[in-house]
Design a protein around this ligand. Structure first.
Ligand SMILES: C[S@@+](CC[C@H](N)C(=O)[O-])C[C@H]1O[C@@H](n2cnc3c(N)ncnc32)[C@H](O)[C@@H]1O
Length: 365
């Protein structure tokens, strides 16, 4: 998965072959329009304000995995922020692993009148920032490891070539004790717990390292990760044989993961239980999670929709298009089923409590 997505020459993201948006392979909330960013601001600005009010010095908004750069552009385009106490102190930092996408983002954001730079996690770690890490649809692109039940034990589900040289999945080595232990924590017993021979799924070995990297770039502040996710009890339910991995191309999905290497997206759901289990090990305090639909309604989405029924500056066609865009953000079958994960960097002093956002995140256990 890492190779197919991130190889700088052939990978789907690494080479820049990815096609975002309605005319491309898949739509994300920012690539369908600016409504998402407009609502997200109502969560982000109070956080920046709280940090700025507490202490002098720079504040950072760090976007990790910015895709085509739409989200950062929409957050700051056409916003008069000169009154905000943090505005003169804000730096935008972009963490992007694909050289080709970095170029696209630089083009997309060239007109932005704010200090912005592209930086690696290792560089950032050398001088951690006060601020906020934003990861929208990043975690679903972290490479996962597939595994399969064979003769009562979990094995890697590896990729090999058949007699004609075509790639196919095949049984690999038994999973190591440390992976088996991790899976047990997620409710998957080492003997398969009664699941049938050949039952398969996946997990994300890269998540722990990523959480540590993201923590290392902050001296104080928060992580907001937004993605489609399932708790372990649903992810690994016996009836979900085959896991959640999907290939996406031309607005369609398929389970033919090995077709057209580097020409289709490959993505897996985030396991929210794993995220929650790993967070404290990387010094994150779990502040909770909420469904995107719920969060956006609290951030004023319903009022936005009802305002569209009144005549205003937009003509009828534009009002209807905007209404549809807003509804897609909360439709549980579309983007409303996404989860927002809110984590706080454990730090001394702790991050200040923003005046807003409202308490949409239930305290985690
Ligand atoms: C599914 S796209 C999401 C793009 C964008 N955030 C959006 O929602 O439209 C994943 C993005 O994360 C980047 N990416 C994947 N792994 C990364 C990593 N380890 N570090 C930084 N960027 C990464 C990809 O190159 C791509 O820009």
């Amino acid at each position: 998965m890492d190779w197919l997505l991130n190889d700088p020459e052939f990978g789907y993201y690494g080479s820049g072959r990815v096609r975002f948006g309605q005319d491309g392979d898949f739509v994300t909330a920012p690539t369908q329009g600016s409504a998402f960013a407009e609502l997200l601001r109502r969560h982000l600005w109070p956080c920046l304000e709280a940090l700025a009010a507490e202490q002098a010095g720079p504040i950072s908004l760090i976007e990790w995995g910015p895709g085509d750069g739409s989200l950062m552009a929409q957050l700051f385009e056409s916003e008069d922020l000169k009154q905000a106490i943090w505005f003169d102190r804000l730096e935008l930092l972009m963490v992007e692993s694909s050289p080709a996408l970095r170029q696209q983002q630089q083009q997309r954001l060239s007109a932005l009148k704010l200090p912005i730079c592209w930086i690696s996690p290792n560089e950032l770690k050398l001088s951690p920032r006060r601020g906020l890490v934003l990861a929208h649809e990043l975690l679903d692109a972290l490479p996962v490891q597939r595994f399969v039940l064979a003769s009562g034990r979990w094995h890697e589900l590896a990729v090999c070539c058949d007699a004609a040289g075509q790639p196919q999945f095949c049984r690999g080595a038994p999973l190591s004790d440390s992976v088996l232990h991790q899976l047990e924590q997620l409710g998957l017993p080492a003997d398969g717990g009664g699941r049938p021979e050949g039952w398969s799924s996946e997990w994300c070995p890269a998540l722990a390292g990523w959480l540590q990297q993201a923590r290392d770039v902050l001296s104080q502040g928060w992580l907001l990760a937004i993605d489609y996710a399932l708790s372990a009890s649903r992810y690994y339910a016996p009836q979900r044989d085959g896991g959640t991995l999907l290939a996406c191309r031309a607005q369609g999905t398929s389970t033919d993961l090995l077709a057209d290497p580097g020409l289709q997206d490959i993505t897996a759901h985030v396991c929210s239980t794993l995220l929650q289990q790993l967070a404290p090990q990387a010094n994150w305090h779990w502040r909770g999670a909420a469904l995107q639909g719920e969060v956006l309604l609290q951030l004023g989405l319903a009022a936005e929709i009802s305002a569209l029924s009144e005549p205003g500056p937009l003509d009828l066609a534009a009002r209807l298009a905007r209404r549809e865009e807003l509804l897609r953000l909360v439709d549980p079958h579309l983007l409303g089923g996404f989860w927002w994960f809110w984590l706080e960097a454990q730090s001394e002093p702790p991050a200040p409590t923003p005046i807003r956002p409202p308490g949409w995140w239930p305290e985690g256990p």
